[in-house]
Design a protein around this ligand. Structure first.
Ligand code: UDP
Ligand code: MG
Length: 328
């Protein structure tokens, strides 16, 4: 199939983005128009905002934009399910209509001009194109440090993430159909998608400051993403526990032998500090190990329920010749 005049869908997750949404919609509208006029994308292309249970005016604003211009479509979650679920829902809702889908944050931090390079790669036959940030200068010290540790840890645990790639990516219909086959609840797209194979490429882009509003990734959300990422992609922490247990056994055997030797020599000194220190150490290790095992058991429990990953409350998408569809 020739890859020209692509039906491109932009999927934009939005959580309490009222401050930036109008600006974003304007910028995306203008960019899509330029691409359309240049004949790079089809007139059936769309920008799909996914409202991830926002508590502010985000959804009414999205509705307003869909009325103003059929370029815009909206998907509304019943509550906040998180960024990963929002982009997954957007991709799944678009894949029947689009040739290619690009996911991009609502805050315009990711350079929209990189879309041309994404389309170049797609037209040359790539099914997945990863956007990778050139540097982390716009991040604070804390985010830079934690992100660095996270990517190093993921690599050490044998997970093929692409360093500094954060869900700004293009996927073809073929790749999206393959992604739809992954039924797991605990989804870490950045880890999962690189394992899918397909012809892929990387596009580098500069990260800008957030246009307006605050980061919607709280520390808690970031930690959840990191733990979900690791537990969904690797079981190596469980093997590490076994290794830790083995080393502790060796250590205990050594201590035991030394105790026997002391006893045989009549040096039964009451070593209070050693006792307390080793109890604390072993207690801590046991609890940590149980916590890690518990995390996996919790994940198995959630997966076994097979609950839906998100619930869609409403969808607005106007196709050519149609007035409005979907809403309730
Ligand atoms: N987001 C979301 N649900 C959430 C948190 C964030 O859909 O629970 C969206 C948010 O609206 C934005 C994107 O995810 O479009 C990235 O969030 P943000 O820019 O706040 O993260 P940061 O760039 O600070 O990592
Ligand atoms: Mg951001």
């Amino acid at each position: 199939m020739e890859r020209k005049n692509t039906i491109l869908y932009l999927v934009v997750p939005c959580y309490n983005e009222e401050e930036v949404l109008d600006k974003t919609a304007g910028v995306l509208q203008e960019k899509m128009e330029r691409l359309r006029n240049a004949g790079r994308i089809s007139s059936q292309s769309k920008v799909m905002f996914v409202n991830d249970g926002s508590k502010d005016r985000t959804w009414p604003m999205i509705c307003e934009w869909t009325k103003r211009d059929p370029l815009f479509a909206g998907l509304c979650f019943s509550r906040n399910y998180g960024h990963q679920s929002a982009i997954l829902a957007g991709m799944m809702a678009s894949r029947t209509r689009a040739d290619a889908v690009v996911t991009i944050d609502a805050d315009l931090q990711q350079d929209i001009e990189a879309l041309d390079a994404f389309l170049d790669c797609y037209e040359k036959g790539c099914d997945i194109v990863y956007g990778v940030r050139n540097d982390r200068n716009t991040d604070g010290f804390f985010k830079k440090a934690t992100a660095g540790i996270f990517y190093k840890l993921m690599h050490a645990l044998g997970c093929k993430t692409i360093t500094n790639h954060a869900d700004y990516r293009l996927m073809s219909k073929k790749a999206l159909n393959a992604l739809a086959e992954f039924k797991e609840t605990n989804l870490f797209l950045r880890g999962l998608i690189p394992t899918m194979g397909f012809q892929s490429d990387i596009v580098y882009f500069d990260v800008k400051e957030r246009e307006a509003g605050q980061s919607k990734y709280t520390f808690k959300k970031m930690m959840t993403l990191a733990v979900d990422g690791i537990t969904s992609m690797s079981t190596r922490p469980l093997q590490l526990i076994m290794l830790l247990g083995f080393l502790t056994c060796l250590l205990s055997a050594g201590i035991f032998i030394s105790c026997i030797v002391d006893w045989a020599h009549g040096r039964v000194v009451p070593g209070w500090t050693t006792t307390v220190a080793s109890t604390c150490l072993i207690g801590g290790m046991m609890l940590l190990s149980q916590g890690i095992i518990g995390e996996y058991i919790g994940k198995i429990y959630m997966e076994s329920k097979g609950r839906p990953r998100y619930i869609i409350d409403a969808m607005i998408l106007r196709e050519e010749g149609e007035s409005e569809d979907g809403k309730d």
